[in-house]
Design a protein around this ligand. Structure first.
Ligand code: PEP
Ligand code: MN
Length: 346
């Protein structure tokens, strides 16, 4: 940590800062320049982070050298983390192709969509049983009945399943059915939920909040990692923008930024990022080209009948086309796509 003192800092104030640093068991190195006096601190920064040094008279700025997301940081773990979701690898050169409807709506529909995305080449199946809806009057999801339908379709088509949990009281139930737990954008900073999911060993798909900075996202990942669950995959799904052309503002730069700052894999979700089927293919490819470790896309066979997010869903044929393009790009980039399991009954 570096402490920069004000021009007006008195020698007594400088001494006081040094005493405070040393009282925490850290070493202080004073350097006086022509314009600035700076104190370099050596030792465990954690001890200083808790101390409100900015409150000491004479201190102009306090600059941490290490990021506060210690476990999520690239420094902590130089090699990329590879998360294994029931045999499907994500990260370190392995791409996840996550697809399925926004919400699980019925067993027949889930079966048809699962069959289609499997045939297209997806390696993970998604579907929400607990839906975070803006309106309390909108379809809220099928709950446990939906989880059973998702599990059945996943088993039948050999696709590990991803589904959202919104409530810490439902974690036990969701963990029983899911191979990967999704924490949605609206819950990215639900710290109780993060902590409870961190206490499980399930892979987690952690979506970036719509108003969250990348640092916020990595701090939320830190909550999960610090509870002992190392299986975190980040997801860029767009942030609030001012333009109304797209649902959100797709921050494709978050992919290389996160790769620079963290060892965790990051996938892109062009469905929620753009809200427009015509933008999903180019934005998915841009994400992969930027180094994303996977693509998460909503697919529906009858988007006009969908109970949520129908307007942004790709049709199965469009998804098949997209996977073909992702595969060509993956070959070019030397990325692999883990095959999912075989079909149980098809
Ligand atoms: C979803 O995946 O259907 C969803 C609600 O996503 P987000 O949390 O990114 O809005
Ligand atoms: Mn959705």
């Amino acid at each position: 940590m570096i402490i920069i003192l004000k021009d007006s800092a008195t020698p007594e104030q400088v001494d006081h800062v040094i005493e405070r640093v040393e009282s925490l068991g850290l070493q202080a190195h004073l350097s006086r320049g022509t314009y600035r006096t700076v104190i370099g601190v050596i030792g465990d920064e954690e001890k200083l982070q808790a101390a409100p040094l900015m409150a000491i008279p004479g201190v102009a700025q306090v600059m941490p050298v290490l990021p506060p997301y210690k476990l999520a940081s690239r420094q902590a773990h130089p090699q990329p983390t590879v998360v294994d979701v029931s045999g499907v690898k994500i990260g370190g050169g392995h791409l996840a192709l996550i697809a399925g409807p926004c919400a699980i709506e019925s067993a027949e529909r889930m079966d048809g969509i699962a069959r289609a995305v499997k045939a297209a080449g997806a390696n993970l199946l998604r579907g929400g049983a607990f839906k975070p809806r803006t309106s309390p009057y909108s379809f809220q999801g099928m709950g446990e009945d939906g989880l059973k339908i998702l599990r059945e379709a996943g088993d039948k088509y050999g696709l590990p399943v991803v589904t959202e949990v919104m409530d810490p009281r439902r974690i036990e139930m969701v963990v029983e059915y899911a191979d990967m737990i999704q924490l949605g954008a609206r819950n990215m900073q639900n710290f109780v939920l993060l902590t409870e999911v961190g206490a499980t060993n399930k892979p987690v798909l952690l979506k970036r909040g719509m108003s969250a900075t990348i640092k916020d996202l990595l701090m939320s990942a830190e909550y999960i990692l610090s509870e002992g669950n190392p299986n975190v995959v980040l997801c860029e799904r767009g942030v609030k923008g001012f333009d109304t052309e797209t649902r959100n503002l797709y921050d494709v730069s978050a992919v290389p930024v996160c790769h620079g700052l963290s060892h965790l894999p990051i996938v892109v979700d062009p469905s929620h990022a753009t809200g427009r089927p015509d933008l999903i293919v180019p934005c998915a490819l841009a994400g992969v080209a930027a180094g994303a470790d996977g693509v998460h896309v909503e697919v529906h066979d009858q988007p006009e009948e969908a109970l949520s997010d129908g307007a942004q869903a790709l049709l199965p044929d469009q998804y098949t086309e997209l996977v073909g393009q992702i595969r060509r790009l993956a070959d070019l980039l030397g990325k692999q796509i883990s095959p999912s399991g075989g079909l149980a009954e098809v």
